[in-house]
Design a protein around this ligand. Structure first.
Ligand SMILES: NC(=O)c1ccc[n+]([C@@H]2O[C@H](COP(=O)([O-])OP(=O)(O)OC[C@H]3O[C@@H](n4cnc5c(N)ncnc54)[C@H](OP(=O)(O)O)[C@@H]3O)[C@@H](O)[C@H]2O)c1
Length: 335
């Protein structure tokens, strides 16, 4: 089969396109899918770089988010048939595997998937929309809905709003009825965020987003529950971490699921206690998050912004767009 293979950690040149790579083998509890769409995530770049404390067996086919059609069914699998349209839940809850990281993933024509990781795609949901969901939108769903408890009374600040998790957080916050301030690093990103429903947008590379929040909602007051936003979403970490706190109203929730710009930022304990913040971490998703999202798309409540679709031969260019922060929404590779 054709596949994009990571033979060693390093730069983008470590992803190698192979026109004749070994086909996956179907175990008794597995199915083989023909991958129709694989969405990319920043995580693929972390895998390429190598992550501290995580040792991977290479070579590896990356691509955590895949949707496709079943072409072979293992002898012990029931309830699934050749031709079924499925989304892969990348987390193996019966093992320790992560599809596209610790086992081969979706940047290939074929993939092996344990049957307990299959989720049926409704007929009116495209493979590309389904493949956009697990890592970015599933994580956003858990962070905003389950952990964040965002609702119509909330004013939500989202940093990195133009990326995968960010657009998911924005769309979900709007579906939940909140007012949203979305931050991005270019006018093109701000225009797209406005189109997706953001009530206010800030180019934080041009202006200080803390001051912009104070202009919009007044400076948070330490004794009164007034001013600022009620929720700040920050999965970049780095030097925006303390700044997010300065935007938050007393009793506000600071939501995080990642640390793109640095996992050990300075913090300021004075804000946490005197403004009684609630810092809520959120990690990955449950199958119910993915089913809820598929349902929202099927019912027309949510439209996934897709930045572009690329063939396998151009997967490294597609990954470069993510690395260089040129992306608005999800990038799809269609093998
Ligand atoms: N815990 C989990 O289960 C889980 C699941 C999914 C993702 N995550 C984490 O969530 C984060 C976002 O993931 P994603 O897939 O949405 O990434 P993405 O699509 O690349 O989006 C991230 C956005 O963050 C902004 N950003 C700010 N500082 C950045 C920096 N130093 N480098 C790159 N981008 C920066 C960029 O927008 P601007 O240029 O407009 O600022 C970028 O569009 C990552 O850290 C990822 O590991 C965690």
């Amino acid at each position: 089969m054709k596949a994009v293979v990571l033979y060693e950690h390093g730069g983008m040149d470590k992803f190698v396109y192979e026109a004749d790579y070994r086909d996956p083998e179907c175990g008794p509890g597995d199915v083989i899918i023909r991958v129709k769409a694989c969405s990319l995530n920043y995580h693929d770049l972390f895998t390429r770089n190598g992550m501290p404390g995580i040792t991977l067996d290479l070579p590896r086919i990356c691509g955590l988010d895949a949707a496709g059609e079943i072409v072979e069914v293992g002898s012990e699998v029931s309830g699934w048939a050749v031709g079924d349209r499925i989304l892969v839940d990348p987390r193996d809850r019966q093992g320790t595997g992560l599809f596209g990281e610790t086992v081969d993933g979706g940047l290939a024509e074929l993939a092996r998937v344990p049957a307990h990781q299959l989720i049926r795609i409704p007929d009116n949901v495209s493979f590309a929309d389904a493949a956009s969901l697990p890592v970015a939108y599933g994580t956003a769903h858990r962070m905003m809905v389950t952990r964040g408890e965002v609702g119509p009374d909330d004013k939500v600040l989202i940093l990195g709003a133009s990326g995968g998790v960010g657009t998911g957080a924005l769309l979900l916050a709007k579906i939940l009825g909140a007012e949203v301030v979305a931050c991005g690093s270019s006018q093109a990103k701000l225009d797209a965020l406005t189109e997706m429903g953001a009530d206010h947008v800030i180019d934080y590379t041009e202006v200080d987003f803390v001051k912009e929040i104070w202009k919009l909602y007044e400076k948070p007051h330490r004794r009164k529950h007034s001013g600022g936003v009620t929720v700040a979403v920050n999965f970049t970490g780095g030097d925006t971490w303390v700044k997010s706190m300065r935007c938050l109203r007393r009793g506000g929730r600071l939501l995080t699921c990642g640390a793109t710009a640095g996992y050990d930022p300075n913090t300021d304990l004075r804000y946490i206690w005197s403004f009684e913040f609630d810092i809520r971490g959120s990690n990955s998703w449950e199958p119910e998050d993915l089913e809820a999202l598929l349902q929202m798309i099927s019912e027309g409540k949510m439209k996934v912004p897709i930045a572009g679709t690329y063939p396998l031969t151009e997967a490294t260019e597609a990954l470069r767009l993510i690395e260089d922060r040129e992306v608005i929404g999800k990038v799809i590779v269609a093998p």
